[in-house]
Ligand binder design. Structure first.
Ligand code: AMP
Length: 435
């Protein structure tokens, strides 16, 4: 077992090593192998088979309602997608079903599992143990298990997916990519909460941050788009989907982020409240007699866009209702943009300036109106959105005017590709060591 102190030191060392290694390797040739990327949720298992020679998706799919009687499996891209009704009582059976479809004589995409060189798994919480993606060993599995209380819905599911792959493909190299890893470079002034210090020492209560793989990907792509090394840039990256987070990235290193000990903190989200006065929690318990579970459900599942509008957690519905004159929907819309604006503003000061703000995920990539509202009224700070570029869709682009001192960039995120890249990178390192 790795001691807490050792784990912390290792985390700090490998954070620097990983970040510099990732920067050094950005743009270099990748190992031309096929990687299976797996994202195991509590009742689902998503996958992509990625050809690293071209960095293209060969096929993808999702097993849904794993553990329920009406589970099913969707496999294939766009028009080729087919839905297979199959009973999937657990993640082991789901992985088995995926491997059978991938190698099926009629509809499969590969002749045999031999074609898959390695498997990359998304793992939500790596605590302070992991500051970069890691080769999965028995010790790594134990550490992921140790982080389970911090992500009780996600880490056990990831472990189930990893164990299933280990059983079904014992000879394959497996890698874990952590949502928290990228943010392990935050300084103590950003990750500590102003609570009694013992809570940090004894219970590791601190900011961890999430969506790290997405923040890392869009930061790298933004640097490529600006034709500048990441190490020369100050960026604010905004992952605005159903879950939302903002990160301050200084010379390639995450130095602050809005999500915290859990993915509940920070921005207003689809159903999550984000940051609120913590005394509201004690008030709900003492005055409204709510249990801990009820308060948790209220803040995670009944708040955010849904809680304010009373209609939906989906910004498309909120936008339509706003246009139809619904006042609560309009309020939810305004609160959401205000929340993003405040975080961007505070990170500009924390970073001491910013070269570009980068937006991604469902809302960040697709909602021109929200993007316009977020940057409205900032002209005196030298920020100008080009409304024509803002109204376009679906590809990486700068959407600020030429004269804008701060560039605004839209990048479709690709966490699976990032996981596949890390997996191929570790595969190449291990193969070189073996040779
Ligand atoms: P994600 O979690 O990244 O899949 O993002 C999901 C959210 O993106 C949805 O709940 C919607 O609120 C939002 N979204 C997706 N497409 C659009 C769109 N065209 N306009 C506004 N919001 C969108």
């Amino acid at each position: 077992m790795v001691s807490q102190q050792n784990a912390q030191t290792n985390a700090a060392d490998s954070a620097l090593a990983a970040a510099s290694c990732q920067q050094e390797n950005a743009g270099e040739e990748v190992c031309p192998i096929k990687v299976l990327v797996i994202n195991s949720g509590s009742s689902s298992l998503k996958y992509q088979l990625v050809d690293m020679a071209t960095e293209t998706v060969i096929t993808k799919g999702i097993c849904e309602r794993v553990g329920a009687d009406d589970s099913f499996h969707k496999h294939g891209i766009d028009a080729d997608e087919r839905v297979i009704s199959v009973y999937l009582p657990n993640h082991y059976e789901a992985v088995k079903a995926v491997l059978e479809v991938l190698t099926d004589a009629q509809i499969g995409d590969i002749e045999s599992l031999e074609e898959i060189a390695a498997i990359g798994h998304r793992v939500v919480h790596g605590g302070e143990y992991f500051s970069a993606s890691a080769l999965i060993t028995d010790e790594v599995l134990q550490l992921i298990q140790r982080c389970s209380p911090l992500a009780p819905l996600h880490n056990p599911a990831a472990l189930a997916g990893i164990r299933a792959c280990r059983e079904l493909m014992p000879d394959k190299l497996q890698v874990a990519a952590f949502d928290t890893a990228f943010h392990q470079t935050m300084p103590a002034k950003a990750y500590m909460y102003p609570l009694p210090y013992e809570l940090f020492v004894r219970h590791r209560i601190r900011r961890y941050g999430f969506h790290g793989t997405s923040h890392r990907y869009i930061a790298e792509r933004a640097a490529a788009l600006l034709q500048k090394p990441l190490i020369d840039l100050k960026l604010i990256t905004c992952h605005l989907g159903n879950g939302c987070s903002v990160a301050a990235i200084d010379h390639g290193f995450s130095v602050d982020t809005s999500m915290g000990f859990t993915p509940l903190e920070g921005l207003m989200m689809g159903t999550r409240c984000g940051s609120i006065d913590p005394a509201i929690v004690t008030y709900l318990v003492e005055e409204l007699d709510m249990s801990a579970q009820e308060v948790s459900d209220l803040m995670n599942k009944q708040s955010g866009l849904l809680g304010i509008s009373g209609l939906s957690n989906d910004l498309r519905d909120i936008r339509a209702a706003t246009e139809a004159g619904n006042e609560r929907a309009a309020l939810a819309y305004e609160m959401y943009s205000h929340s993003v604006k405040k975080y961007i503003g505070s990170y500009v000061f924390a970073l001491g300036g910013v070269d570009a703000v980068v937006l991604t995920a469902g809302v960040g990539e697709n909602c021109d109106r929200m993007r316009r509202m977020i940057f409205q009224g900032l002209e005196s700070l030298g920020i100008f959105v080009d409304q024509k570029l803002n109204s376009e869709r679906g590809f990486e682009r700068v959407i600020s005017e030429e004269r804008s001192q701060v560039k605004i960039i839209v990048i479709p995120t690709n966490e699976e590709l990032m996981i596949a890249r890390d997996t191929a990178y570790i595969y190449a390192q291990v193969s070189a060591e073996v040779c």
